[in-house]
Design a protein around this ligand. Structure first.
Ligand code: C5P
Length: 224
């Protein structure tokens, strides 16, 4: 059994991947399955936490004991996370949030034409993790006490991860190397957790629950 070391803690987890609408039937999306975020939710509940799971387009059953808020787009995810972090102890942003969205959503299905289609114009989405870090730095409520994020990197994993941890102002950044049959849609993961201040914790390839428990160990230590 797991320790009840998160009893009474209010935790917010984002999971899955956002969809940015092009028209009523099409979107720009990504391959995030939500498995890692759901593993974080299950393990946190098992350790006694009160969990809000903000799920973006996840085809998995709700984890028992968690409050689940379903969203589709990055803007919806931002609103749900900001709402949920009010009074929360920690947030773990495991969702793959689209960096860009189409500048306009066509109200009707875009028709096939004989000539080349129009380009889809994109605008930037807010970086929710960075925003939470900034709110905390400025003392602008709501913000959680502990802020953690995930980052998938393909090269210079540690250097890029450290830079991202600093840029986003978070306490923990779980960095995983993508590719090699790991991460997206698979039950296993391998990662390095970068901790603000210098420490780093290597998590060998294993079930996403094991990675989740290590994240909660580090969060619990920072909340203590
Ligand atoms: O910058 P990058 O997308 O690699 O950072 C990944 C981390 O930032 C994840 O924790 C993700 O949930 C978060 N993120 C976010 N808002 C965005 C993009 C990423 O909160 N617009």
């Amino acid at each position: 059994g797991r320790p009840a070391d998160l009893a009474g803690r209010r935790l917010v987890i984002s999971a899955g991947g956002t969809r940015e609408a092009i028209d009523p039937v099409r979107f720009i999306g990504n391959r995030s399955s939500g498995l890692q975020g759901y593993a974080l939710a299950r393990t946190a509940v098992a350790r006694g936490a009160e969990v809000t799971l903000v799920a973006a387009n996840v085809g998995l059953p709700d984890p028992a004991g968690a409050r689940v808020v379903r969203v589709e787009s990055a803007l919806e995810l931002r609103a749900a996370v900001l709402d949920a972090v009010e009074g929360a102890d920690a947030v773990v942003m495991a969702a793959a949030v689209a960096d860009f969205r189409p500048s306009a959503r066509s109200g009707s299905k875009i028709k096939k034409t004989a000539d080349e289609p129009d380009a889809i114009h994109l605008v930037k989405n807010p970086d929710i993790l960075a925003e939470l870090g900034e709110r905390r730095r400025e003392g602008l409520k709501p913000y959680p006490r502990v802020i953690a994020g995930f980052a998938a990197e393909t090269d210079d994993v540690l250097a890029n991860g450290r830079a991202k941890l600093a840029r986003k102002g978070c306490d923990l950044l779980v960095v995983n190397q993508v590719g090699d049959g790991l991460a997206f849609g698979t039950p296993d993961n391998a990662a390095v957790v970068l901790v603000a201040g210098g420490e780093q914790v290597e998590i060998p390839r294993g079930p996403k629950e094991a990675l989740a428990d290590t994240v909660w160990d580090l969060v619990a230590a920072r909340l203590a």
